[in-house]
Write a protein that binds this ligand. Structure first.
Ligand SMILES: [Zn+2]
Length: 342
């Protein structure tokens, strides 16, 4: 039973292949042309299986992918399956099968093959950053409410206006003039309870750029806030969208493989809500590739993004409308994409 996926994958291999004494079956690699390399003609792709575990390695372009019973089918592995010729339905079926296998594998067994962890170094916030809490406490203690600087008042109003929950999300301000940061609010980027970057959003008209950021590549914003018992995760473009609905943000419409992998590791339904500007198309295409659900909620033609909708209609309505309008069929997603970005 544990090797059911292994058997199906082996059937996808090309007819021309040979198995060496080291246990690797080699054949012309299927990955290279998808990674900007010329096609392999020298049998440099290899696959090895052992009790349901599957490893693929390409000695031409360097692509690797693996599957371990008990784990989810990673994005890299799913891409490999489609390059081997598996159609979308087959890939989806294997994804579900991988979830079922989970119940057959004891947690202790999985611990012996630790998942590769993504690590980020701590990064400092801009010099002189002070949290909203610190500012407000300071002025409350002084009893000098009328001395609260305009910048602070402006920032609090701004966050309030965007309907972000101050109890849940933390913001910073600084009066570091050189970067005009007193005209920005700083959203810290947490990863495993440590600040690994930030984005500083302009809150005064004409301050450019709108977002001034420093964070690791491939960062997924708000992963820390995802609770283990949640059934789905909403993927948004911007951090304000993510905060207003407790989803995650990929900082724009491009999603890297590592970002896909981090979101998939949450092991729940992934619902993408693209912005309604043209760049949102790219996010939809990526969602299709990753096998994710895409939602086209009713407010999409009048609101530019999730935060805009939350400001107008409230979080509960927006959440319900996202769930109600989700599409899993590739064909329907394509149709709605055409309609939205016509
Ligand atoms: Zn390759």
């Amino acid at each position: 039973m544990l090797d059911s996926i292994q058997q199906q994958v082996l059937q996808l291999l090309p007819a021309r292949k040979k198995t060496g004494q080291n246990g690797w079956t080699s054949f012309n690699a299927v990955c290279c042309i998808h990674n900007g390399e010329t096609a392999d003609t020298r049998g440099r792709g290899g696959i090895k299986t052992n009790a349901g575990q599957i490893s693929y390695h390409c000695f031409n372009c360097g692509y690797t992918a693996s599957f371990i019973p008990g784990r989810h089918l990673s994005f890299k592995f799913r891409k490999l399956l489609s390059w081997l010729g598996a159609d979308d339905l087959t890939v989806r079926r294997l994804v579900i099968e991988a979830v079922r296998l989970k119940e057959l594998v004891a947690p202790e067994e999985l611990e012996q093959v630790p998942e590769e962890q993504i690590q980020y170094e701590a990064r400092p916030l801009p010099e002189g950053s002070v949290s909203f809490d610190q500012w407000t406490t300071y002025f409350a203690v002084q009893g000098n409410d009328y001395l609260v600087p305009d910048g602070v008042v402006r920032a609090v109003h701004y966050v309030n206006h965007r309907k972000i929950d101050f109890q849940k999300y933390k913001f910073y301000l600084t009066d570091y003039e050189a970067y005009n940061l007193h005209r920005r609010i700083i959203i810290p980027y947490y990863y495993k309870n440590q600040i690994v970057g930030y984005t500083a959003r302009a809150i005064v008209d004409g301050v450019k750029p709108k977002y001034w950021s420093s964070h690791p590549a491939d960062f997924v914003f708000n992963l820390d806030m995802q609770k283990p018992d949640w059934r789905f995760v909403i993927v948004c473009e911007g951090p304000f969208d993510a905060m207003s609905i407790d989803g995650v943000s990929v900082s724009g419409s491009e999603v890297s493989d590592i970002q896909v992998e981090q979101i998939d590791r949450l092991q729940r339904e992934v619902i993408v809500v693209p912005d309604s500007d043209r760049a949102g198309r790219k996010l939809v295409d990526r969602a299709i590739e990753a096998g994710w659900t895409v939602s086209f909620p009713v407010w999409q033609e009048s609101c530019k993004d999730i935060n805009d909708a939350v400001v107008r209609y409230g979080k509960l309505f927006v959440l319900k409308s996202i769930l109600a309008a989700r599409e899993t069929s590739k064909l329907k997603i394509e149709l709605k994409k055409k309609k939205l970005y016509a």
